[in-house]
Design a protein around this ligand. Structure first.
Ligand SMILES: [Zn+2]
Length: 398
């Protein structure tokens, strides 16, 4: 019953924030204002608080998409002009940008995009006795651009994205064949025709992301709400026998997750010393929609960053012991990343709790759409998340 009350508190909190700030694109006023607002809430009950400003380059994270489309188009023109070497150079460059900017989340294109101010906020609840470890509970308050492919024929999402990348690689192979066999007259016609047909799919990528911004309830204000509500709960218990003894709680609401985890990256950079001084665990949360899809991540960032297997397993076991159906799961290649990756990179034991299917074939049907509103988030998933986290924290608070 107590957990349900906390879950309801999360809902009330999120509702108020969305009403007040609307969709919150990182780098714009609504996202910074939401940060200030969350900071005020944190200030009202935390032992200490912090606000960190940092710069992002707005739009850079998804910039590779339009570069890929343009590179493809110009490469096809070069094939028609019988200049396959230029097509090869262009396609390799586009693939390289894709790998560095999206597979590895490196800031390759950032300098070409407008510099905008973003804001992380955090609050700390100290334990009753000596601090022996710290647990980060985190979410993000910025919200995503609406992804058109999730609205128009979402079943084609995987074909349109992964398929397009496949076709670009195929174009590279075609261009090489064209270069090697440039004296075979028939190839001079067939190859440009096949490459042009490929543009029917690749060209659609131009419209991947819309200007519109999602309300961002399940992705991801609910997570910030869970971290605040739990922190406030521990603070309220401090004078009782049920107070945490040795666990410091750090509640964080990141900005710019949707810009390629830039908020978590800025936090990890700014607070490395604090994060390394005491054994630190991060329980990040993202996309809590449905308790039937609840799971704990064992890897992140297109499967290139390992998260803490043992932690994910322990949380899974905790959920199991409470009668909840959860699992652990690596993050599949080409499905992006979560803020846990940036802290795992500097050695923090981290995982992310997710409450929706996370593959290119299947996601929640409100994820990154205008329908990401509170009525599409189940109260039960929030309740179970809170219960699992609280049970695990108490079990390990020794
Ligand atoms: Zn998102």
């Amino acid at each position: 019953m107590r957990y349900e009350t906390l879950a309801k508190d999360v809902f009330t909190w999120v509702e108020q924030k969305i009403k007040q700030h609307g969709p919150r694109l990182a780098g714009e006023d609504p996202s910074r204002n939401a940060a200030d607002d969350i900071y005020k809430d944190l200030e009202s009950f935390s032992d200490s608080v912090g606000k960190d400003d940092f710069y992002i380059h707005q739009g850079a994270f998804l910039g590779w998409i339009r570069i890929l489309v343009l590179a493809y188009l110009v490469s096809v023109v070069f094939l028609w002009l019988k200049m396959p070497l230029f097509s090869i150079i262009l396609t390799i460059s586009a693939i390289l940008i894709l790998v560095l900017q999206f597979f590895l989340y490196l800031p390759l294109l950032d300098r070409f995009y407008p510099k905008k101010l973003s804001r992380n906020v955090y609050g700390i609840i100290e334990p009753k006795e000596e601090v022996k470890r710290q647990v980060i509970l985190s979410g993000h308050h910025d919200s995503a651009h609406v992804f058109n492919f999730f609205i128009h024929q979402p079943k084609l999402y995987n074909l349109r994205t992964t398929g397009s990348i496949g076709i670009v690689i195929f174009l590279l192979v075609l261009s090489m064949i064209h270069l090697i066999f440039k004296d075979v007259v028939i190839l001079n016609l067939i190859i440009p025709i096949i490459a042009s047909l490929g543009f029917l799919l690749v060209g659609q990528m131009w419209f991947f992301s819309s200007k519109q911004v999602s309300p961002g309830a399940g992705d991801n204000l609910v997570a910030s709400g869970v971290s605040l509500v739990l922190g406030k709960h521990y603070q309220a218990l401090k004078d009782s026998d049920t107070s945490l003894k040795h666990t410091r709680i750090i509640m964080i609401s990141f900005d710019a997750e949707e810009e390629g985890l830039r908020g978590a990256r800025a936090f990890a950079r700014a607070h490395q010393a604090m994060l390394r001084k005491v054994p630190t665990t991060m329980i990040n949360m993202d996309c809590l929609y449905d308790e039937k899809e609840l799971f704990f991540l064992t890897s992140d960032l297109n499967n290139f960053v390992k998260l803490d297997h043992k932690l994910a397993e322990e949380l899974y076991q905790t959920g199991n012991s409470l009668g909840f159906k959860t699992k652990t799961q690596p993050l599949a290649f080409l499905t992006g990343g979560t803020d846990a990756a940036e802290l795992a990179k500097i050695g923090v034991s981290a995982t992310t709790i997710i409450g929706m299917p996370w593959t290119n074939d299947q996601r929640s049907n409100v994820y990154h759409t205008p329908n990401d509103t509170l009525d599409h988030v189940n109260l039960e998933v929030v309740k179970q998340t809170i219960e699992i986290i609280d049970t695990w924290i108490r079990k390990t608070d020794i």
